[in-house]
Design a protein around this ligand. Structure first.
Ligand SMILES: NC(=O)c1ccc[n+]([C@@H]2O[C@H](COP(=O)([O-])OP(=O)(O)OC[C@H]3O[C@@H](n4cnc5c(N)ncnc54)[C@H](O)[C@@H]3O)[C@@H](O)[C@H]2O)c1
Length: 263
């Protein structure tokens, strides 16, 4: 087996759907050994069945990333099964409600921060410990354009993703001296399970062409395009890249998107 991740050991959370599934499929083709996790056991099994990989090269675990004990168990499983951990993709996430600032609900904030922020924090903590001891490793967190600009998600979601970007930078500072890189990808609108309601709604109205039309590339993203960016940051091609948040968004956050400026 040869590929850009030849014999690397990689954990991917949120692997049951969307960007996580596409990343698992790409990593498998690039020669990695995988430990895949999702809170949805059925979806996770479907991802495993879709992989072009020998069965002994993949493990799967139902895990809730908001639970530190379950994240630690995931890291322990990777080390027990394959002897080391080279790549940690903290990708699991949930969307939030979109109430205005005057109507925020504390329970909703805690639900979203527990998964989107603490899930990443726990992943960096336990993978980072193993990687620091190894003196090598790459962590890739999935943030969002919603963490860079307002208007791409509900308030708790956007704040959680902004926090992921900052937590990525601070962890990169903590882990750099041990040869461990920490980066984030910031997807723009991408068709996945999370965004299915948006796509269904637009298609029902015959307005699918409008989705992504405010991006400079005039289209929305595909999960495979996010997987390519995650692969880059996880691989030796990014050997001198750490503490960065890479927007993979068709140029959306590069632009002020002034009304009337696009045809
Ligand atoms: N799709 C987009 O347009 C978009 C844009 C920006 C960022 N993102 C981010 O990309 C990441 C992947 O999302 P996606 O778009 O592929 O959505 P998705 O819903 O298709 O996949 C997310 C997966 O995470 C799992 N998950 C949810 N909560 C979990 C938990 N507590 N523990 C473990 N697994 C859990 C879900 O079961 C699901 O399989 C998320 O962090 C999301 O915020 C997506």
């Amino acid at each position: 087996m040869t590929g850009r991740l030849n014999e690397r050991i990689a954990i991917i959370t949120g692997a049951g759907s969307g960007i996580g599934r596409a990343t698992a499929q790409r990593f498998a083709r690039e020669g990695a050994r995988l430990v895949l996790a999702d809170v949805n056991a059925q979806a996770l099994a479907e991802t495993v069945a879709s992989l072009e990989i020998a069965p002994e090269r993949v493990r799967s675990m139902t895990a809730d990333v908001s639970r530190e004990d379950q994240v630690k168990a995931l890291v322990d499983e990777a080390v027990a099964a394959f002897g080391r951990l080279d790549i940690m993709c903290n990708n699991a996430g949930v969307s939030s409600s979109r109430e205005p600032a005057t109507e925020q609900d504390g329970e909703e904030w805690r639900r979203v921060l527990d998964v989107n922020l603490l899930g990443v924090v726990f992943g960096m903590k336990h993978a980072g410990r193993v990687m620091a001891a190894q003196r090598s490793g790459a962590i890739v967190n999935t943030a969002s354009v919603a963490g860079i600009r307002a208007g791409a998600g509900g308030n708790p979601y956007s704040a959680s993703k902004a926090a992921v970007i900052n937590a990525t930078m601070t962890a990169a500072c903590d882990l750099g001296e041990f040869g461990v890189r920490v980066n984030a990808v910031c997807p723009g609108l991408t068709e996945t399970g999370m965004t299915k309601p948006i796509f269904d709604y637009a298609r029902d109205l015959g307005k699918e062409h409008k989705l992504g039309s405010r991006c400079e590339l005039r289209r929305f993203g595909r999960p495979e395009e996010l997987a390519s960016a995650i692969l880059f940051l996880a691989s030796d091609d990014a050997s001198y890249v750490t503490g960065q948040a890479l927007a993979v968004d068709g140029g959306n956050t590069a632009s002020l998107n002034l009304p009337g400026m696009k045809v």
